[in-house]
Design a protein around this ligand. Structure first.
Ligand SMILES: *Cc1c(COP(=O)(O)O)cnc(C)c1O
Length: 395
């Protein structure tokens, strides 16, 4: 048995997406910038993908820039804006729970002399529009707040934040990497100036993403070289990847309601059963499930290490994540969990379960059984837990 409950780290490429990509490796292999028919064929496929992206988020095809993924799009949006507007102001507003692609980019800008405000979030991971507004200064050039958090699934009030940014004439960027395919996005309605996405988080291929940038927003070009992407992002376009992204976003939006209903039902059942059967746990992130990614469940288990749970579930054929994939390998507890007030010892005992469109009820039931056994087993080994049980006896 192999059960994949790590769909926030990456998803499989949908077979339909793979089919759409196939001709663009060995047959339609022209360089999209070439003027002959080999190039024109590739360019036609790239233009189609651009239209598919535009239709999915409500922008114009000319506002879609293909990149190598979410990390590049975040780096480009934030550094590109900061460098283009440095004469106007050098202050950026973001939050404490952004993905490292945003946090580390902001830290790099701080080393260049920019100032960054990292806003606090509440106990469920929400940033308030009021806090964003209060942080705006005359020299603020950019607000960057993620659409949905990758660890705890909290969906931020980006429409309200977009309206505030617009009223104050500050640019607004959102990392929507976790949101595309799960959350309805309309960049015009939501007043979004720039938005990052990544194909491999919505059943597309790895290594390809998009930066949407509203026409008229001036940012620095990303790489020097050829004149691809309207002279803003050099390098030969990744035709198969771009075709895959286009098909994947088209499917993701068309099937969003049915996928979400399925995923949400599995997640809700899982959360209910875990809460029923395992004592001394903390459920992290939004408690209002309408403001939470449909597939996300994040729990902290008292008295045990998340890594030990992860390894024992792995042996049982279940793939989950402790903290975020990006911070695994380090023994630092998740900064996202610390930011929402999870005590440090408890943060160490945390696991993210992220459900996807191919998971089944059987998989949920098996996972609940294995998780119950694992937690019980590890707690029996834990001196801290014994202590507590002992104390309880004598109360
Ligand atoms: C995965 C992820 C990224 C990084 O995307 P890549 O395509 O892997 O570079 C950025 N932000 C969030 C919220 C993510 O979940």
């Amino acid at each position: 048995m192999r059960i994949y409950l790590d769909n926030s780290a990456t998803t499989h490429t949908d077979p339909e997406v793979f089919e759409a990509m196939k001709p663009y490796f060995c047959e339609v292999y022209g360089n999209g910038s070439s003027q002959h028919f080999f190039g024109r064929e590739a360019l036609a496929a790239i233009d189609r993908a651009r239209e598919q992206v535009a239709a999915a988020i409500g922008c114009k095809p000319s506002e879609v820039y293909f990149t190598s993924g979410g990390t590049e799009s975040d780096n480009w949006a934030i550094k590109g804006t900061a460098h283009a507007l440095a004469k106007k102001g050098r202050h950026i507003i973001t939050t404490k729970i952004e993905h490292p692609a945003v946090i580390k980019t902001c830290e790099a800008l701080e080393r260049e002399g920019f100032e960054v405000t990292y806003l606090d979030v509440d106990g469920e991971g929400f940033v308030t529009p009021e806090a964003v507004e209060a942080a705006i200064r005359p020299d603020t050039v950019l607000i960057s707040v993620m659409t949905a958090n990758n660890e705890i699934g909290t969906i931020e009030p980006i429409r309200e934040i977009g309206a505030i940014a617009k009223a104050h004439k500050v640019l607004f960027h959102t990392d929507a990497v976790q949101a595309v395919g799960n959350v309805d996005i309309d960049v015009v309605r939501d007043n979004i100036d720039m938005l990052s996405m990544s194909a491999h988080k919505f059943y597309g291929p790895k290594g390809v993403g998009v930066l949407y940038k509203r026409n008229g927003v001036k940012i620095e070009r990303f790489m020097d070289g050829g004149e691809q992407e309207r002279n803003m992002r050099a390098s030969t376009l990744n035709t198969p990847g771009i075709v895959g992204l286009g098909r994947a976003i088209e499917l993701a939006v068309a099937d969003m309601e049915s996928n979400n209903a399925h995923i949400r039902a599995l997640r809700d059942d899982f959360v209910r059963k875990v809460k029923e059967r395992i004592p001394q746990i903390r459920f992290n992130g939004a408690s209002d499930f309408t403001k939470r990614l449909p597939g996300n469940a994040n729990f902290s288990f008292e008295y045990i290490e998340g890594e030990s749970i992860l390894m024992r579930l792995d042996l049982a054929g279940i793939a989950v994540s402790s903290g975020s994939a990006c911070s695994s390998g380090s023994l630092e507890p998740s900064y996202v969990l610390l930011s929402i007030g999870v005590p440090i010892e408890l943060a160490h005992g945390s696991i993210r379960f992220s459900f996807g469109k191919c998971n089944t009820q059987e998989e949920v039931d098996y996972t609940v059984e294995q998780l119950c056994k694992t937690v019980e087993f590890l707690r029996e080994l834990s001196p801290l837990f014994k202590n507590v049980k002992g104390e309880e006896k004598y109360v």
